[in-house]
Design a protein. Structure first.
Length: 216
């Protein structure tokens, strides 16, 4: 099964993609994660993308389409994949259609996680992760049991994404509404779009996602 998770930053695409990965053996393809890894490794793509990401703008279509095209050729993709953060505009959606046709892959569903802007700002600006094991936390909603110590691995180092500050989040939401939200109409017209309330509890969202996928 191949699906796209669509939705604004902070709607829970990454969290839900990881759950679907565990439950269904699908592979999460997150362009944000791939770009952050490229920035960290200072690759040519990463060097180009860094400042753009820090502003909250979209990295050029050429770069992300090339990254996804390469990734879709890896063997694990045959298990089925979840696209998380791609496509982000009409040009990327059209490039994806062409890529999938060329690689004889099909898209089963596009699921929009709908969420409210002000709640998203609170969610995103408070989130951080354990630097050792990657467990996610939140300043208000999910604190470690012992302050400063990861519940899972006892690590004491934590990181925040460079683009999770309020100014950049507002800009990312603006970009989402202008360029990405219109993709709901694009996939709606193809009969592929389903919408799930991304403001519900994490477990409820997972349950709804599973129901929507089971309904086909
Ligand atoms: P994300 O982790 O999906 O929130 O993405 C973080 C940042 O990476 C975005 O704000 C963009 O700067 C960049 N990015 C991720 N995916 C894409 C994409 N499909 N197209 C363009 N830029 C992207």
């Amino acid at each position: 099964m191949n699906i796209i998770l669509l939705g604004p930053p902070g709607a829970g695409k990454g969290t839900q993609a990881k759950r679907l990965e565990e439950r269904r053996g699908l592979v999460q393809l997150s362009t944000g994660d791939m770009l952050r890894a490229a920035v960290e490794a200072k690759t040519p793509y990463g060097l180009k993308a860094k400042a753009v990401m820090e502003r909250g703008d979209l990295v050029s279509d050429d770069i992300v389409v090339a990254i996804i095209a390469e990734r879709l050729d890896e063997p694990d993709v045959k298990q089925g994949f979840i696209l998380d953060g791609f496509p982000r505009n009409r040009a990327q959606a059209e490039a994806l259609d062409a890529m999938l046709a060329g690689k004889k892959l099909t898209l089963d569903a596009v699921i929009e996680l709908a969420a409210d802007d002000e709640a998203l700002i609170e969610r995103i600006t408070g989130r951080y992760t354990c630097a050792t094991c990657g467990k996610g936390y939140h300043d208000r909603f999910e604190k470690p049991k012992t302050a400063g110590v990861c519940d899972i691995c006892c690590g004491t180092g934590f990181t925040r994404r460079a683009d999770d500050n309020e100014e950049t989040v507002r800009s990312r939401l603006g970009v989402y509404h202008q360029q990405t939200a219109p993709l709901t109409a694009y996939y709606g017209a193809k009969g592929k779009l389903k919408t799930v309330d991304g403001m519900a509890d994490i477990d409820d969202v997972t349950r709804r996602l599973e129901e929507v996928l089971a309904a086909g």
